[in-house]
Design a protein around this ligand. Structure first.
Ligand code: HEM
Length: 562
């Protein structure tokens, strides 16, 4: 069963016995081309549900008062800190949870709503004010034209969209009302709170047959190269249709489809069976999870933060009840919106032999059959991704990300309508992504950045650090919406290279906590699990990266010939 943009369908039934079938695409050649003996290297992971925690009571819990962090109403309870118990794994649609029992950053009022809309309006404090009139090519190739889009030399451009892809794997608000306070117990997260790629696999071949051809994924051609499958109206047929929101994201989705098919082809001895499918899916999940921990999180939060959590454990995420916290869903993990560039080089030679440069969104072209921007929902020859711009293939072509700060690229202040989620019967609301993020803080009664800093024992930012908010009223400079606060924290504390101490811990604890809580994750299946698939150098092991995954998927520059 798939979900649509408005979340009308329930999501994840675990798969049942499918009908069987044969793979559509043979990619054994590609695996063979990059590593010897791959078939032997792919091992059937033991799904060890054994609890590796010490089983003891939490050693550092703090008593909370007020709202239950899992949205179950009033009443505090002892909170797990550094607890490794894994009870109550959340595997399907469920509520969101909370990390903190703290009051909302402000009482809802018309004045507050107006201040938040103002903060996130086109041309406002958060708008990078990119000079769009110079066009997408100059804007990305002449950095001096967009001083508010400073390069981050420690991030590759693609990690932004891999981050969005990870978001769509674990969170999907089923349709809350923008700016209307809503109890957390009335929330629904349509995704499973696991890094299990349910956004790709749906319910498996039996529950989501529209995604599959036997045990392989359906992949179609976009003209020159792969595209996600689409219906006659061009609507993508995906486990989560949000993955067709922009071309880079749909390209990543297609790459994961091809990656699964390549691994399945390699696993199967003849016509694939359900057992081959399960083995391939597990191998895909584990390699993806490895990339999240070892390639993505160090870029998002800094290696020191990742190491600190892996060594010392969790302080704010409850691995006993691993729901996605609303503070993460509404604020912390939306930091990714600040890393998006106004324009990109989608590919190097796909536009009749020329590079395809385009704005991420351009309202002048919305709805065109082959729009000049990078919006999704369209198929055409030039609409594919040349991945060497986005991930490092050691060819000098990879480009850096934008730094993390309180500025967002100008095209994000006028989103295409198809990208905007609304509750049933609700008006569209602002098309500015910044304003929408901020208004959701009222919806989910998110505590202020300062209150969370104090709760975590971190010195809050100074009033001087937030001085630009003072003119907006509503005390936003002293009780700051968490989304804005964490972006400013990243800028002030880490020069925008990664998230700061609060934002970094919130993001890293959720991802590592979800893996810790999942008995089937690579952290739990075996002692010291390591990638089994070959890297581009032919060896298997720790160095496995997105570039290797894309190579196995057959969408790398060498396979494309461009
Ligand atoms: C071009 C890229 C992106 C676009 C156009 C986009 C757009 C959106 C939109 C329209 C929403 C819903 C806003 C609302 O009404 O509340 C949203 C939610 C969200 N976004 Fe993004 N986003 C992008 C990239 C990212 C990235 C890179 C990340 C993180 C690394 C991210 C994280 C999130 C999260 C956590 C949510 C909440 C999802 C939910 O639970 O429903 N997004 N985004």
């Amino acid at each position: 069963m798939t979900t649509n943009q408005h979340g009308n369908e329930g999501a994840q039934a675990r798969e049942n016995e499918p009908d069987g079938g044969s793979p559509r695409d043979s990619r054994r050649r590609l695996l063979g081309a990059i590593g010897a003996g791959v078939g032997a290297a792919v091992v059937l992971p033991t799904v060890a549900a054994a609890q590796t925690g010490d089983g003891s009571d939490n050693d550092g819990g703090r008593q909370r008062s007020g709202r239950d962090r899992n949205g179950a109403g009033e009443g505090g309870r002892e909170r797990g800190v550094r607890g490794n118990r894994r009870q109550g794994v959340v595997t399907g649609p469920d509520r969101f949870g909370r990390m903190f029992d703290l009051p909302p950053f402000a009482e809802p009022s018309q004045e507050l709503r107006a201040a938040l809309v103002e903060l996130g309006r086109p041309g406002g404090i958060m708008d990078a004010n990119d000079p769009l009139e110079v066009g997408p090519t100059r804007l990305i190739t002449e950095p001096e034209l967009s001083p508010n889009n400073r390069d981050n030399p420690t991030h590759t451009a693609g990690v932004t969209f891999l981050g969005q892809f990870m978001d769509h794997d674990i969170t999907r608000d089923a349709g809350s009302r923008l700016g209307q306070p809503t109890p957390a117990r009335r929330s629904t997260n349509l995704r499973s709170a696991q890094l299990d790629l349910d956004s790709v696999y749906g319910g498996g071949p039996a529950e989501s047959p529209e995604l599959y051809d036997g045990f392989s994924f359906r992949i179609e051609s976009g003209g020159q190269f792969e595209d996600v499958p689409r219906d006659d109206d061009g609507q993508a047929i995906l486990g989560d249709d949000r993955n067709d929101e922009n071309l880079i994201l749909s390209g990543l989705h297609a790459a994961f489809l091809a990656f699964h098919n390549a691994v399945l082809e390699d696993v199967a001895n003849g016509t694939p069976t359900m057992s081959d499918f399960d083995q391939a899916r597990r191998t895909v999940q584990h390699h993806y999870q490895w990339i999240v921990v070892n390639e993505v999180l160090p870029q998002f939060v800094g290696q020191d933060m990742v190491d600190s959590i892996l060594i010392s454990g969790f302080e704010i995420f409850d691995t006993d009840t691993p729901r996605i916290p609303l503070e993460f869903q509404t604020a912390a993990y939306r930091f990714g919106h600040s890393m998006i560039r106004p324009s990109y080089r989608a590919n190097l030679a796909g536009d009749n032999g020329d590079p395809f440069f385009a704005f991420v969104f351009d309202p002048d072209t919305f709805g065109d059959a082959d729009p000049d921007d990078l919006s999704g929902h369209a198929r055409a020859n030039r609409r594919f991704i040349g991945w060497q711009t986005f991930f490092d293939f050691d060819d000098g072509e990879v480009k850096p990300n934008k730094r993390i700060d309180a500025k967002m690229s100008t095209p994000l202040f006028q989103l295409p309508m198809f990208a905007i989620p609304t509750a049933r019967g609700e008006d569209l609301g602002p098309t500015s992504l910044a304003s929408r993020n901020l208004l959701r803080h009222i919806t989910w009664e998110i505590p202020s950045g300062q209150a969370i800093a104090r709760e975590m024992g971190v010195d809050p930012l100074s009033t001087a650090d937030l001085d630009d908010l003072s003119s907006l009223g509503a005390n936003l400079d002293t009780s700051t919406p968490l989304f804005f606060y964490l972006l400013r924290e990243a800028d002030v504390m880490a020069d925008g290279l990664h998230l700061g101490p609060i934002g970094g811990r919130m993001v890293a604890e959720v991802f590592l906590g979800l893996l810790e809580a999942d008995p089937t994750s690579y952290l739990n299946v075996a002692d010291n699990w390591r990638p089994t698939l070959p890297q581009r150098n032919g060896r298997a092991g720790d160095g496995f990266t997105m570039a290797d995954l894309l190579t196995i998927a057959g969408v790398d520059p060498t396979s494309r010939g461009q």
